[in-house]
Write a protein that binds this ligand. Structure first.
Ligand SMILES: Nc1ncnc2c1ncn2[C@@H]1O[C@H](COP(=O)(O)OP(=O)(O)OP(=O)(O)O)[C@@H](O)[C@H]1O
Length: 305
Protein backbone atom coordinates (compact mmCIF):
# COMPACT_ATOMS: atom_id res chain seq x y z
CA UNK A 1 0.00 0.00 0.00
CA UNK A 2 1.22 3.51 -0.84
CA UNK A 3 2.60 5.37 2.20
CA UNK A 4 0.78 8.44 3.38
CA UNK A 5 4.03 9.98 4.68
CA UNK A 6 7.55 9.36 3.43
CA UNK A 7 10.59 11.01 4.93
CA UNK A 8 13.72 10.32 2.94
CA UNK A 9 17.33 11.10 3.89
CA UNK A 10 16.47 14.31 5.73
CA UNK A 11 19.31 16.49 6.98
CA UNK A 12 18.80 19.62 9.04
CA UNK A 13 21.30 21.97 10.68
CA UNK A 14 20.60 24.64 13.28
CA UNK A 15 23.73 26.76 12.85
CA UNK A 16 26.58 24.26 13.03
CA UNK A 17 24.52 21.66 14.89
CA UNK A 18 23.51 18.71 12.70
CA UNK A 19 20.13 18.01 14.34
CA UNK A 20 18.69 15.58 11.77
CA UNK A 21 21.10 13.15 10.13
CA UNK A 22 19.83 11.12 7.14
CA UNK A 23 16.44 10.59 8.74
CA UNK A 24 14.20 8.23 6.75
CA UNK A 25 10.92 6.54 7.70
CA UNK A 26 7.42 5.95 6.36
CA UNK A 27 3.90 5.97 7.73
CA UNK A 28 1.31 3.75 6.03
CA UNK A 29 -2.43 4.49 5.89
CA UNK A 30 -4.15 3.60 9.17
CA UNK A 31 -0.80 3.07 10.89
CA UNK A 32 0.03 4.60 14.29
CA UNK A 33 3.75 5.32 14.47
CA UNK A 34 5.48 6.40 17.68
CA UNK A 35 8.46 8.72 17.52
CA UNK A 36 10.53 8.22 20.64
CA UNK A 37 13.92 9.22 21.97
CA UNK A 38 15.63 11.28 24.67
CA UNK A 39 15.20 15.03 25.16
CA UNK A 40 16.76 16.96 22.31
CA UNK A 41 16.90 13.89 20.02
CA UNK A 42 15.10 15.68 17.18
CA UNK A 43 11.48 14.50 17.44
CA UNK A 44 9.84 17.93 17.34
CA UNK A 45 12.23 19.02 14.59
CA UNK A 46 11.09 16.07 12.44
CA UNK A 47 7.45 16.94 13.04
CA UNK A 48 7.99 20.60 12.19
CA UNK A 49 9.89 19.64 9.04
CA UNK A 50 7.00 17.39 7.96
CA UNK A 51 4.68 20.38 8.39
CA UNK A 52 6.93 22.47 6.14
CA UNK A 53 7.68 24.93 8.96
CA UNK A 54 11.32 25.26 7.92
CA UNK A 55 13.59 24.19 5.13
CA UNK A 56 16.05 21.31 5.41
CA UNK A 57 19.51 21.20 3.88
CA UNK A 58 18.76 17.95 2.03
CA UNK A 59 16.22 15.15 1.78
CA UNK A 60 12.59 14.84 0.74
CA UNK A 61 9.27 14.74 2.55
CA UNK A 62 6.17 13.62 0.69
CA UNK A 63 2.57 13.31 1.80
CA UNK A 64 0.57 11.06 -0.54
CA UNK A 65 3.52 11.45 -2.92
CA UNK A 66 3.26 15.25 -3.00
CA UNK A 67 6.43 17.01 -1.86
CA UNK A 68 6.34 19.24 1.21
CA UNK A 69 8.63 22.24 1.29
CA UNK A 70 8.46 25.64 2.94
CA UNK A 71 6.67 26.94 -0.17
CA UNK A 72 4.67 23.81 -1.15
CA UNK A 73 2.01 23.18 1.45
CA UNK A 74 -0.98 21.91 -0.49
CA UNK A 75 -0.64 18.30 0.64
CA UNK A 76 -0.90 19.54 4.22
CA UNK A 77 -4.64 20.01 3.67
CA UNK A 78 -4.81 16.33 4.61
CA UNK A 79 -2.83 16.79 7.81
CA UNK A 80 -3.87 17.78 11.35
CA UNK A 81 -1.22 18.63 13.92
CA UNK A 82 -0.57 19.60 17.50
CA UNK A 83 3.06 20.55 18.03
CA UNK A 84 4.70 21.57 21.31
CA UNK A 85 1.79 23.46 22.86
CA UNK A 86 -1.58 24.39 21.43
CA UNK A 87 -1.61 27.87 19.86
CA UNK A 88 -4.74 29.14 21.55
CA UNK A 89 -6.14 32.67 21.64
CA UNK A 90 -7.09 33.49 25.25
CA UNK A 91 -9.98 35.83 24.40
CA UNK A 92 -11.76 33.40 22.07
CA UNK A 93 -13.91 30.54 23.29
CA UNK A 94 -13.06 26.96 22.39
CA UNK A 95 -16.07 26.97 20.06
CA UNK A 96 -14.83 30.11 18.27
CA UNK A 97 -11.47 28.40 17.73
CA UNK A 98 -13.20 25.45 16.12
CA UNK A 99 -15.32 27.76 13.93
CA UNK A 100 -12.22 29.68 12.89
CA UNK A 101 -10.34 26.60 11.68
CA UNK A 102 -13.15 24.37 10.35
CA UNK A 103 -13.33 23.93 6.58
CA UNK A 104 -15.66 22.05 4.25
CA UNK A 105 -19.40 21.93 3.82
CA UNK A 106 -20.04 19.76 6.91
CA UNK A 107 -18.26 22.25 9.23
CA UNK A 108 -21.00 22.58 11.81
CA UNK A 109 -21.56 18.86 12.07
CA UNK A 110 -17.84 18.25 12.32
CA UNK A 111 -17.44 20.82 15.13
CA UNK A 112 -20.16 19.08 17.15
CA UNK A 113 -18.52 15.72 16.48
CA UNK A 114 -15.05 16.72 17.78
CA UNK A 115 -16.61 18.40 20.83
CA UNK A 116 -18.25 15.08 21.54
CA UNK A 117 -15.15 12.99 20.73
CA UNK A 118 -12.88 15.06 23.00
CA UNK A 119 -15.58 15.55 25.66
CA UNK A 120 -15.04 19.31 25.82
CA UNK A 121 -18.73 20.30 25.74
CA UNK A 122 -18.82 21.45 29.38
CA UNK A 123 -16.43 24.34 28.76
CA UNK A 124 -16.14 24.84 24.99
CA UNK A 125 -18.22 28.05 25.14
CA UNK A 126 -16.00 29.59 27.81
CA UNK A 127 -13.08 31.88 26.92
CA UNK A 128 -9.86 29.88 26.58
CA UNK A 129 -8.03 32.13 29.06
CA UNK A 130 -9.87 30.26 31.83
CA UNK A 131 -8.81 26.80 30.61
CA UNK A 132 -6.51 24.50 32.54
CA UNK A 133 -3.51 22.89 30.80
CA UNK A 134 -5.49 19.71 30.12
CA UNK A 135 -8.49 21.65 28.74
CA UNK A 136 -6.21 23.56 26.35
CA UNK A 137 -4.58 20.31 25.32
CA UNK A 138 -7.93 18.71 24.52
CA UNK A 139 -8.97 21.76 22.47
CA UNK A 140 -5.62 21.53 20.63
CA UNK A 141 -6.28 17.88 19.80
CA UNK A 142 -9.85 18.71 18.72
CA UNK A 143 -8.41 21.31 16.33
CA UNK A 144 -5.91 18.75 14.97
CA UNK A 145 -8.73 16.28 14.26
CA UNK A 146 -11.25 18.84 13.02
CA UNK A 147 -11.00 18.66 9.24
CA UNK A 148 -11.01 14.87 8.66
CA UNK A 149 -7.21 14.66 8.34
CA UNK A 150 -5.73 11.51 6.80
CA UNK A 151 -2.53 12.05 8.79
CA UNK A 152 -2.44 13.42 12.34
CA UNK A 153 0.82 14.58 13.94
CA UNK A 154 0.73 14.86 17.72
CA UNK A 155 3.71 16.00 19.80
CA UNK A 156 3.28 14.85 23.42
CA UNK A 157 -0.54 14.64 23.16
CA UNK A 158 -0.97 13.23 26.69
CA UNK A 159 0.62 16.35 28.24
CA UNK A 160 -1.59 17.58 31.06
CA UNK A 161 -4.32 14.98 30.52
CA UNK A 162 -5.79 13.16 33.53
CA UNK A 163 -6.03 9.34 33.50
CA UNK A 164 -9.60 9.29 32.15
CA UNK A 165 -8.82 11.81 29.40
CA UNK A 166 -5.66 9.85 28.52
CA UNK A 167 -7.71 6.70 28.17
CA UNK A 168 -10.38 8.47 26.09
CA UNK A 169 -7.70 9.85 23.77
CA UNK A 170 -6.14 6.40 23.40
CA UNK A 171 -9.54 4.90 22.45
CA UNK A 172 -10.20 7.73 20.01
CA UNK A 173 -6.83 7.34 18.28
CA UNK A 174 -7.32 3.58 17.98
CA UNK A 175 -10.82 3.95 16.58
CA UNK A 176 -9.76 6.61 14.03
CA UNK A 177 -6.78 4.45 12.99
CA UNK A 178 -9.17 1.55 12.40
CA UNK A 179 -11.09 3.80 10.02
CA UNK A 180 -7.86 4.56 8.13
CA UNK A 181 -6.42 7.71 9.78
CA UNK A 182 -2.64 7.59 10.19
CA UNK A 183 -0.84 9.00 13.23
CA UNK A 184 2.69 10.10 14.00
CA UNK A 185 2.91 10.56 17.77
CA UNK A 186 5.75 11.48 20.09
CA UNK A 187 5.43 10.89 23.80
CA UNK A 188 7.59 10.42 26.86
CA UNK A 189 4.78 8.42 28.47
CA UNK A 190 5.98 5.16 26.96
CA UNK A 191 3.54 3.00 28.92
CA UNK A 192 0.73 4.87 27.15
CA UNK A 193 2.41 5.00 23.77
CA UNK A 194 2.91 1.25 23.68
CA UNK A 195 -0.84 0.75 23.97
CA UNK A 196 -1.53 2.62 20.74
CA UNK A 197 1.41 2.39 18.37
CA UNK A 198 2.15 -0.45 15.97
CA UNK A 199 5.50 0.80 14.81
CA UNK A 200 8.20 2.71 16.68
CA UNK A 201 10.85 5.00 15.25
CA UNK A 202 13.64 5.51 17.78
CA UNK A 203 15.74 8.63 17.35
CA UNK A 204 18.86 9.59 19.26
CA UNK A 205 21.08 12.61 18.61
CA UNK A 206 19.39 13.27 15.28
CA UNK A 207 19.78 9.73 13.92
CA UNK A 208 17.23 6.96 13.61
CA UNK A 209 18.70 4.07 15.52
CA UNK A 210 15.80 1.67 15.10
CA UNK A 211 12.50 1.33 13.29
CA UNK A 212 10.59 -1.73 14.38
CA UNK A 213 7.20 -3.06 15.29
CA UNK A 214 6.30 -2.75 18.95
CA UNK A 215 6.50 -6.55 19.35
CA UNK A 216 9.93 -6.68 17.73
CA UNK A 217 11.20 -3.95 20.03
CA UNK A 218 9.78 -5.57 23.16
CA UNK A 219 11.53 -8.82 22.22
CA UNK A 220 14.91 -7.04 22.36
CA UNK A 221 14.44 -6.18 26.06
CA UNK A 222 14.78 -8.35 29.13
CA UNK A 223 12.19 -10.22 31.21
CA UNK A 224 12.38 -10.61 34.97
CA UNK A 225 10.99 -12.94 37.62
CA UNK A 226 10.17 -11.50 41.05
CA UNK A 227 9.93 -14.00 43.91
CA UNK A 228 8.86 -13.73 47.53
CA UNK A 229 9.76 -16.68 49.77
CA UNK A 230 9.61 -17.45 53.48
CA UNK A 231 13.40 -17.02 53.60
CA UNK A 232 14.68 -14.62 50.95
CA UNK A 233 18.26 -14.58 52.24
CA UNK A 234 18.59 -18.36 52.09
CA UNK A 235 16.79 -18.41 48.74
CA UNK A 236 19.34 -15.96 47.35
CA UNK A 237 22.23 -18.12 48.55
CA UNK A 238 20.72 -21.30 47.13
CA UNK A 239 19.94 -19.74 43.77
CA UNK A 240 23.35 -18.06 43.54
CA UNK A 241 24.98 -21.42 44.24
CA UNK A 242 22.87 -22.90 41.43
CA UNK A 243 24.33 -20.33 39.04
CA UNK A 244 21.60 -17.67 38.94
CA UNK A 245 22.24 -13.95 39.28
CA UNK A 246 19.90 -12.85 42.02
CA UNK A 247 19.22 -9.37 43.32
CA UNK A 248 17.77 -9.20 46.84
CA UNK A 249 15.62 -6.16 47.67
CA UNK A 250 13.82 -5.47 50.96
CA UNK A 251 10.94 -7.82 50.20
CA UNK A 252 11.75 -9.90 47.14
CA UNK A 253 14.26 -11.52 44.84
CA UNK A 254 14.74 -10.39 41.25
CA UNK A 255 16.15 -12.69 38.56
CA UNK A 256 16.57 -12.14 34.85
CA UNK A 257 14.60 -14.64 32.80
CA UNK A 258 16.40 -15.89 29.73
CA UNK A 259 14.01 -18.62 28.62
CA UNK A 260 10.54 -19.84 29.46
CA UNK A 261 11.62 -23.08 31.19
CA UNK A 262 13.66 -21.15 33.76
CA UNK A 263 10.84 -20.53 36.23
CA UNK A 264 10.15 -24.25 36.71
CA UNK A 265 13.87 -24.87 37.37
CA UNK A 266 14.03 -22.05 39.94
CA UNK A 267 10.99 -23.38 41.78
CA UNK A 268 12.59 -26.84 41.83
CA UNK A 269 15.86 -25.49 43.30
CA UNK A 270 13.96 -23.73 46.09
CA UNK A 271 11.52 -26.53 46.94
CA UNK A 272 14.45 -28.99 47.12
CA UNK A 273 15.73 -26.82 50.00
CA UNK A 274 12.30 -26.62 51.66
CA UNK A 275 12.02 -22.91 50.89
CA UNK A 276 8.39 -21.93 50.39
CA UNK A 277 7.46 -19.60 47.57
CA UNK A 278 4.88 -17.02 48.68
CA UNK A 279 4.50 -15.05 45.46
CA UNK A 280 5.80 -15.14 41.89
CA UNK A 281 5.54 -12.31 39.40
CA UNK A 282 6.71 -12.16 35.88
CA UNK A 283 7.55 -8.87 34.22
CA UNK A 284 7.85 -8.84 30.47
CA UNK A 285 10.08 -6.27 28.97
CA UNK A 286 8.15 -3.06 28.33
CA UNK A 287 8.82 -0.31 25.83
CA UNK A 288 10.71 1.74 28.40
CA UNK A 289 13.11 -1.10 29.28
CA UNK A 290 13.63 -1.93 25.61
CA UNK A 291 14.27 1.71 24.76
CA UNK A 292 16.78 2.16 27.57
CA UNK A 293 18.55 -1.04 26.53
CA UNK A 294 18.64 0.18 22.95
CA UNK A 295 19.96 3.63 23.82
CA UNK A 296 22.54 2.11 26.16
CA UNK A 297 23.76 -0.28 23.47
CA UNK A 298 23.84 2.44 20.87
CA UNK A 299 25.83 4.73 23.13
CA UNK A 300 28.28 1.91 23.82
CA UNK A 301 28.65 1.25 20.09
CA UNK A 302 29.30 4.92 19.45
CA UNK A 303 32.08 5.06 22.02
CA UNK A 304 33.70 1.96 20.45
CA UNK A 305 33.64 3.51 16.96
N1 LIG B 1 15.04 26.79 16.65
C1 LIG B 1 16.12 26.14 17.05
N2 LIG B 1 17.34 26.72 17.00
C2 LIG B 1 18.45 26.07 17.37
N3 LIG B 1 18.46 24.80 17.82
C3 LIG B 1 17.29 24.16 17.89
C4 LIG B 1 16.05 24.80 17.53
N4 LIG B 1 15.05 23.91 17.71
C5 LIG B 1 15.62 22.79 18.18
N5 LIG B 1 16.96 22.93 18.29
C6 LIG B 1 17.91 21.90 18.71
O1 LIG B 1 17.67 20.75 17.92
C7 LIG B 1 17.82 19.56 18.69
C8 LIG B 1 16.55 18.75 18.59
O2 LIG B 1 15.50 19.42 19.26
P1 LIG B 1 14.01 18.87 19.29
O3 LIG B 1 13.16 19.92 19.91
O4 LIG B 1 13.64 18.39 17.95
O5 LIG B 1 14.17 17.62 20.28
P2 LIG B 1 13.05 16.65 20.87
O6 LIG B 1 13.46 15.28 20.53
O7 LIG B 1 11.70 17.09 20.42
O8 LIG B 1 13.23 16.90 22.44
P3 LIG B 1 12.19 16.88 23.67
O9 LIG B 1 11.90 15.46 23.96
O10 LIG B 1 12.98 17.55 24.75
O11 LIG B 1 10.98 17.68 23.25
C9 LIG B 1 18.18 20.03 20.10
O12 LIG B 1 19.57 19.95 20.25
C10 LIG B 1 17.70 21.45 20.15
O13 LIG B 1 18.48 22.21 21.03
Amino acid sequence: MENILSVNQLNKFFGKKHVLQNVSFNVAPGEVVGLIGPNGAGKTTIMKAVLGLFSCESGQITIKQNPITVSAHQALDNVGALIEYPGIYPFLTGYQHLELFATGTDKQQRIEQVIDQLKIGAYVRRKAKSYSLGMKQKLGIALALLNHPELVILDEPMNGLDPQATRDLRDLILSLAKQGTSFLISSHILSELEKIVQEVVVIDQGKIIKQASIEELAATGKSFIFLKTDNNTQAQQVLTAAGYQVELTAKQLKLEQNDESELAKIIQVLTNQQINILDVQHQHSDLETSLLALLGKDQLQQTKE
